[in-house]
Design a protein around this ligand. Structure first.
Ligand code: PLP
Length: 564
C-alpha cells in the first residue's frame, strides 16, 4: 500500500510512461475534490480546507473535534470486532478495566525508575503464569511481558539457539547451521523466528490422521545434531488441536539414543501457548489431560524449557500483550540479558522492544485478581460449550442434513463414543481438550451433489451479514488434506448462545441460497442462456433471503425498493 502513496509525485517512469499502479492512483487523487468546511471553529477561524492529500501531514492541523469526526467516520468502515469470528484476539473490556486502563494509559513499561510498582506487577504476573504452567518455584523461573506471542517466540527461539551454540562450541564442533523443527501448522510468527535469526526452518508436514498437527513419528527425518529445539503448538491456529509435548519428547529421546556421538542432546521444547496457554491449565483438569494422554504439557515435562502466551487472546486484555516464561533462570544465557541500574539495584532487561505501553500488564493483573481461576474457567467453559453445541448443530440438526463435516475435535468424546448435548453440560470432562474453535467444511456428500458450489461463498455471504468467518486451506500435508478448505469460527467468551443461534441460521440461509443458485443453471445451455442463468444466480446472491422464491419475476422492482 504505502509505496503507492509515496510514489504519487513520481508517477512517471524513466521513459515517461505512467505505471498502471500510479495511474489508477492518480485517477483516484484527481477525482477527489478539496473539501471546504465553513463554520465557527475552536480556533476562531471561519473555514477549513480538507485536502485530498491524506497521505501527507497537513501544514496546519484541524481542530480536535473535526479531526475526531473525520477519523470516527472513516473507521466506521472497519468490521465490527465482536462479529470478527476469525480472530483469537479479545474484543471485550469491562467498564472497570477501561477505567484502570485510562488511568494508566501514559505509563511506559520500560521506565523502571518512574514506575516501580508497575514493574512489580509485571513480576507478579510472570510468577502467576509460571505456576499455572507448573514451574518449580525453587528453580527460579524467569520471564517478561512482550508485545504479543510473536516477540515472545523470537525470544524463546533465540534462547534455544544460544544454548545450542554453547554446547557445540564446548564440544569444538561447528555451529553455523542451526535448524528448528515445527509442524506445517505453525503460525507465521514461528517461521519468522527462523528467518529473522538465521535458523533453518524444518516444517514437518501434517496429515488428517495426525489431526493436522505435529506427527511425532515423522521427526526421524528432520532432527539432527544441529537441531536447536522443537516448537510444539498448544492449540494450532488452523484447527485448535493441541500438539503432543510427550509424544514429541519420546521420539526425541529415541533419536538421541541412536546417536551417542551427538554433543547436542536433550533437545529442548518451546511450547507455543499463544492460544492455549490460558485455556489448557484453566479449562481442563489434570485428570482430563491425562485421559487425553497429555498429562505433561508444561514445565513439569523435563524437555519443556520455555512457554509463551498472548495476554490479548485468552488472557483477555486489549491487543498488545504477550508473555514468555523460562522454567529456570539458567536457560536464558547472560549474553541475552542487559543489566540496567535502577533505584540502587540492578534490573535486567531481555525484550526485543524497549518502550511500550504499560497499561496492558495492569489490565492482565486486574483480570487475574478480578476473575481468579474460577472466573477464567467459567468463561472458558461457556466458550467451549458454545463451540461444542455449534459443532453438533452442524453435524446433526435437520437443517444441515449432513452438509458439513467438523475437523476440530473438542466436540468429540475421549472414549470416542457418540456425543450428546446434555453431556456437554453435565460431563464436560469426558470431551477432548482443545482451543474453543470450530473448523468445518462442506461434506464429501454435499460436494459431490453440488460440485460447482465453492465453499468460500459461504464466507462471503456471511460477510454480508457482518460476520467474519474465514475460509482457508489446511496446512501442507502428506495426504493431500492441504487441498481441503475449512471455515473457522473462534468462540471467544463474549460469543453468547443467541449469537451462536443466529450464526447457525445465517449459515443455513447461505447454504440454501447457494443450492438455489446451483439448481438455477440447467445443463446444455447456449452462450446466451448461460449468461442469463449466471445473471439470475448473481441476483439470487444479491437479494434478501425472504424474497428468494419469487425473485426472477419481480427482481427489478424489489431491488430498487431494497436500496436506500
Ligand atoms: C496468535 C498466534 C501467534 C502469534 O501471536 P501474537 O500474539 O498475535 O503475536 C503464534 N502462535 C499461535 C499458535 C497463535 O495462535
Amino acid at each position: 500500500m504505502l509505496h503507492k502513496h509515496i510514489s504519487e509525485d513520481t508517477s512517471k517512469t524513466a521513459h515517461g510512461h505512467q505505471t498502471v499502479l500510479s495511474k489508477s492512483y492518480k485517477l483516484l487523487a484527481d477525482n477527489l475534490q478539496e473539501l471546504t468546511l465553513k463554520g465557527e471553529f475552536d480556533d476562531g477561524s471561519q473555514q477549513h480546507i480538507v485536502t485530498n492529500k491524506h497521505y501527507k501531514i497537513p501544514e496546519a492541523g484541524l481542530p480536535s473535534h473535526l479531526a475526531y469526526t473525520f477519523l470516527r467516520n472513516e473507521l466506521t468502515l472497519d468490521g465490527n470486532p465482536h462479529l470478527n469470528l476469525a480472530s483469537f484476539v479479545n474484543t471485550t473490556t469491562t467498564e472497570v478495566a477501561r477505567k484502570l486502563i485510562m488511568e494508566n494509559i501514559d505509563k511506559n513499561l520500560a521506565d523502571n525508575d518512574e514506575y516501580p510498582q508497575m514493574i512489580e506487577i509485571t513480576e507478579r504476573c510472570v510468577s502467576m503464569l509460571a505456576r499455572l504452567w507448573k514451574a518449580d518455584p525453587q528453580k527460579q523461573p524467569l520471564g517478561c511481558a512482550t508485545t504479543g506471542s510473536s516477540e515472545a517466540i523470537m525470544l524463546g527461539g533465540l534462547a534455544m539457539k544460544r544454548q545450542w551454540e554453547k554446547r557445540m562450541r564446548e564440544a569444538k564442533k561447528p555451529f553455523s547451521k542451526p535448524n528448528i523443527i515445527m509442524s506445517s501448522a505453525a503460525q507465521v510468527a514461528l517461521e519468522k523466528f527462523a528467518r529473522y535469526f538465521d535458523v533453518e526452518c524444518r516444517l514437518v508436514p501434517v496429515s488428517h490422521d495426525s489431526n493436522h498437527h505435529l506427527d511425532a513419528s515423522k521427526l526421524w527425518d528432520f532432527v539432527d545434531e544441529n537441531t536447536i529445539g522443537c516448537f510444539v503448538i498448544l492449540g494450532t491456529t488452523y484447527t485448535g488441536h493441541l500438539e503432543n509435548v510427550e509424544a514429541v519428547a519420546d521420539v526425541l529421546s529415541q533419536i538421541e539414543e541412536q546417536h551417542p556421538d551427538w554433543s547436542n542432546t536433550t533437545i529442548p521444547i518451546h511450547v507455543d501457548g499463544a492460544s492455549g496457554g490460558f485455556i489448557v491449565p484453566l479449562a481442563f483438569s489434570d485428570a482430563q489431560m491425562a485421559d487425553f494422554k497429555l498429562p505433561k504439557w508444561g514445565f513439569n515435562h523435563s524437555r519443556v524449557v520455555s512457554i509463551n502466551t498472548s495476554g490479548h487472546k485468552f488472557g483477555l486484555t486489549t491487543p498488545g500483550l504477550g508473555w514468555i516464561v523460562w522454567k529456570e533462570d539458567s536457560y536464558l544465557l547472560p549474553e541475552l540479558r542487559f543489566k540496567l541500574t535502577y533505584l540502587g539495584g540492578v534490573e535486567e532487561t531481555f525484550n526485543l522492544n524497549f518502550s511500550r505501553p504499560g497499561f496492558q500488564v495492569i489490565h492482565q493483573y486486574y483480570n487475574f485478581m478480578n476473575l481468579g481461576l474460577k472466573g477464567y474457567k467459567d468463561l472458558f467453559d461457556k466458550a467451549l460449550f458454545a463451540a461444542r453445541y455449534f459443532s453438533l448443530a452442524l453435524l446433526e440438526s435437520d437443517e444441515f442434513q449432513g452438509n458439513f463435516e467438523v475437523i476440530s475435535s473438542i466436540h468429540e468424546r475421549l472414549d470416542d463414543g457418540k456425543p450428546h448435548l446434555q453431556d456437554f453440560v453435565q460431563d464436560p470432562e469426558s470431551f477432548k481438550p482443545g482451543v474453543p474453535l470450530v473448523a468445518f467444511k462442506l461434506s464429501k456428500k454435499f460436494q459431490e451433489t453440488y460440485p460447482d458450489i465453492p465453499q468460500a461463498m459461504i464466507s462471503s455471504l456471511l460477510r454480508t451479514k457482518g460476520w467474519i468467518v474465514p475460509n482457508y486451506p489446511l496446512p501442507q500435508s502428506t495426504d493431500g488434506s492441504d487441498k481441503w478448505e475449512v471455515l473457522r469460527v473462534v468462540f471467544r467468551s463474549e460469543m453468547s448462545m443467541d449469537l451462536v443461534q443466529l450464526l447457525l441460521t445465517h449459515i443455513h440461509l447461505a447454504v440454501q441460497k447457494l443450492i438455489k443458485c446451483s439448481n438455477s443453471i440447467p445443463e446444455g445451455l447456449s452462450v446466451g442462456e448461460r449468461r442469463d442463468a449466471i445473471y439470475n444466480m448473481m441476483l439470487i446472491l444479491a437479494s434478501p433471503e425472504s424474497s428468494a422464491d419469487d425473485e426472477a419475476s419481480h427482481h427489478k422492482r424489489k431491488n430498487y425498493r431494497g436500496t436506500c
